[in-house]
Design a protein. Structure first.
Length: 378
């Protein structure tokens, strides 16, 4: 696109230059057989200028509009965002704990055999909640079962590395603390939260679409919302006391989209956020596929009994397309908003990110200090 734009602009400049030269020649040299009258020279000047220069000017304008630079598109999108009014919104739905671009070799971890702190009162609350939700799930056919999860104890991030401290956890504890009693558990102490590590991926197709999934009503939480593709770190993602974030993200993508590992051309961790309500830590990823959107839609099977999504929804991966998509795709899970906005923050800059958040939320999502206990939100 850049080379084509330069060639067309060179042609446009040549046309304009030819028009100027021809007009000058017509002005100083009268046509053969005609007297050097001012009227004749002026007419020839005008005709030459229009004939040569106008097509060049039109071509220059066309290339400017058609081949707008990425920076220009971002600036135009930001100007449009600032013209919009801020909606009546309760505020940001997530907090940011880490922001960066991390490859698999840049993410390290250590395992501590330390479970969350608890009290008899909190354990009784967890037990009541689990029994109630389990009975409710059995009656409605919702997927709900206990299992081993990896708990995030602490996290340290630099521009080049992400270091995790993990420990044992369970889905039962997640249901009884983060999912339904986050405020009560956090009041006892942030280290009483189950805090299972989640992984969620934006999907980008080969033909330039951003794709997320609409969750069906069989899932235990956020049914009916738009959500990235993912889940939690599970026992099958663990080897020798080490959980692999990237393997978990690939597994979830393959399970939910019915794709193969070789269909994933690139996978990058773009940050760590927490849902502002349930406070669960979620590692976000950008997954670039070798498949086009029609090919991906052909693979997706909403009738799979294990499928968590009823359909796929998409928009072009462009800065001016994201805010309208966020509006028309409601309701969105907080993690969907976080994953889309952090992707844009990486690719289109802080100005776009802040402007979009101000329009969508009325504020910029807060940053959670990494130095504090990971359960404490400031």
């Amino acid at each position: 696109r850049g080379r084509i734009r330069r060639v067309l602009r060179t042609w446009a400049a040549a046309c304009v230059t030819a028009g100027v030269v021809a007009a000058g020649e017509a002005w100083v040299r009268p046509p053969a057989g005609a007297g050097p009258t001012a009227q004749t020279s002026l007419l020839e000047f005008a005709l030459c200028a229009v004939f040569f220069a106008l097509p060049g000017a039109a071509l220059f304008l066309l290339t400017t509009v058609t081949f707008e630079s990425p920076r220009g598109r971002v600036q135009r999108a930001v100007r449009r965002l600032r013209m919009l009014s801020v909606p009546d919104d309760p505020g940001a739905t997530f907090v940011v704990q880490a922001f960066g671009r991390y490859r698999a070799e840049q993410v390290t971890q250590e395992w501590h055999e330390v479970r969350r702190r608890t009290t008899p009162e909190l354990e009784a609350l967890i037990d009541r909640t689990w029994r109630a939700k389990f009975d409710e799930a059995r009656r409605s056919g919702t997927l709900l079962y206990d299992g081993e999860l990896a708990r995030l104890i602490a996290c340290r991030a630099t521009a080049r590395t992400l270091h995790l401290t993990l420990g044992p956890g369970s889905y039962r504890d997640f249901v009884g603390t983060n999912l339904y009693n986050a405020a009560a558990a956090a009041e006892v102490g942030p280290d009483c939260l189950a805090d299972p590590c989640g992984v969620s991926s934006n999907v980008f197709t080969h033909d330039g679409y951003l794709v997320l999934g609409r969750r069906n009503h069989r899932v235990a939480y956020h049914p009916g919302t738009l959500h990235p593709f993912g889940g939690a770190l599970e026992a099958e993602d663990r080897a020798a006391r080490r959980f692999d974030l990237f393997s978990a993200a690939r597994r979830e993508l393959c399970e939910e989209l019915h794709i193969r590992p070789e269909d994933i051309r690139d996978l990058t961790c773009i940050g760590l956020v927490r849902d502002a309500t349930i406070l669960q830590p979620e590692f976000l990823f950008d997954a670039v596929l070798t498949l086009t959107l029609p090919e991906l839609l052909a693979r997706f099977d909403p009738l799979d009994p294990k499928q968590e999504h009823e359909r796929l929804e998409s928009c072009y991966d462009l800065p001016e397309e994201v805010l309208p998509f966020l509006s028309r795709a409601a309701p969105l899970a907080p993690i969907a908003e976080a994953s889309i906005l952090l992707h844009g923050r990486h690719h289109w800059g802080e100005e776009w990110y802040e402007s979009t958040c101000l329009v969508h939320f009325g504020e910029v999502p807060p940053q959670m200090p990494l130095a504090c206990d990971p359960g404490a939100v400031s």
